[in-house]
Design a protein around this ligand. Structure first.
Ligand SMILES: NC(=O)c1ccc[n+]([C@@H]2O[C@H](COP(=O)([O-])OP(=O)(O)OC[C@H]3O[C@@H](n4cnc5c(N)ncnc54)[C@H](O)[C@@H]3O)[C@@H](O)[C@H]2O)c1
Length: 333
């Protein structure tokens, strides 16, 4: 345990650990042990996105109150992005904010969700509608936690790592299921660097949304079907679409797209995908309602070259539809 963490724990009036039912049996006792917090109050919630709700936050607030958590209490968020988003939100609002640390246990959490200060919950049927910007005191990255993570979840995180390769550092495009551990810290560093330049997403930080415009729409649509996709899987398809658009609209070298086409089957190898022409209209419907749009036209992050992203790019609806047709064809291969 590093000195800063030791100090944060030592200064806390009481320590609470938030985790979910999948993570708890593997990692809760271990975490209490290495934090030196055998008397921590455990808050174990049901796993999954459908519990990233105000109801769960209320349960966390109530537990904090029941145990007389004061302004110097500490919340440790031990889990994937659902836990760090939820816990960060609960901590940043309880008594106008108590300290929290993130201990991500998924690859997606380690390279993305646990870093950068965005917290939130889903509300009114839409993702991340309510939230705060609040920085964790410390984010503990230890790939050891990934030993128990299902392969499908690992692959989902891998897509986000490749995203950093496209928008920031071509080295990350070498990431694979065999070598991802070598790039975890670098990926986190890239995210921190981007967030530091634009903490509140006024402009530059939007490059982190590469692949997410189409990706979110595909994810939202698939959630309503019998074949839901994980976030990273939908982002992988979204990146394919964004690369296709980048070739057509921004002069991106077509080889970049071709190389990604070869990686896609690996990224989607654990997913069940059942997309066809009939899915195009509903997916386009989600695109129009994306909260990141300015008007009716969807805004994309595209690439002029690897490491040269452009953001707020408007794309004609007909071309968006063609990109989606391309993605759907690709997903059937
Ligand atoms: N705040 C941000 O900047 C940001 C960025 C990206 C994503 N997110 C959010 O992150 C969430 C997705 O995160 P996720 O992919 O980590 O999903 P998740 O938190 O749902 O975790 C995925 C699954 O893996 C299980 N799990 C976690 N760690 C495990 C381990 N070590 N061993 C075994 N099982 C384990 C969980 O119980 C869950 O079933 C979404 O809600 C998304 O909105 C936030």
């Amino acid at each position: 345990m590093n000195d800063k963490l030791k100090q944060i724990v030592a200064e806390a009036s009481k320590v609470f650990i938030l985790t979910d039912e999948n993570v708890a049996p593997f990692w809760l006792p271990e975490t209490e042990y290495w934090l030196g917090c055998k008397n921590a109050v455990e808050i174990v919630i049901k796993p999954g996105e459908k519990h990233k709700t105000l109801q769960t936050v209320q349960r966390i607030w109530k537990t904090l109150m029941r145990h007389y958590a004061d302004r110097n209490a500490l919340l440790v968020n031990l889990g994937g992005g659902v836990i760090t988003d939820l816990g960060g939100f609960a901590a940043s609002t309880y008594k106008r904010g108590i300290k929290f640390i993130n201990v991500p246990t998924t690859l997606l959490g380690m390279v993305d969700a646990a870093i950068g200060g965005k917290t939130g919950i889903d509300f009114g049927g839409a993702k991340n509608q309510i939230g705060t910007f609040a920085e964790a005191e410390e984010v503990i990255i230890d790939p050891f936690f990934l030993e128990t993570l299902p392969t499908r979840e690992l692959l989902s995180g891998l897509s986000e790592m490749l995203k950093y390769g496209f928008v920031a550092d071509a080295k990350l495009l070498e990431t694979s299921i065999e070598n991802y551990q070598d790039y975890v810290l670098r990926a986190g560093e890239i995210k921190r660097g981007i967030v530091a330049q634009d903490p509140y997403e006024a402009g530059f930080r939007k490059i982190l949304n590469f692949g997410h415009t189409l990706g979110h729409a595909i994810e939202s649509h698939c959630l309503t079907t019998d074949y839901p996709l994980l976030h990273g899987e939908a982002v992988a398809l979204g990146m394919a679409g964004a690369l296709w658009l980048s070739v057509k609209q921004c002069g991106l070298d077509e080889q970049v797209l071709k190389d990604f086409e070869e990686k896609l089957p690996m990224l989607l190898s654990e997913a069940e995908i059942s997309l066809s022409e009939v899915d195009i209209e509903p997916i386009l419907g989600y695109l129009v309602h994306d909260k990141k749009n300015k008007g009716e036209k969807p805004q994309f992050v595209l690439l002029e070259a690897v490491g040269k992203p452009v953001w707020d790019v408007e794309v004609e609806p007909e071309r968006v539809k063609m990109a989606l047709q391309y993605v759907i064809k690709l997903s059937c291969q």
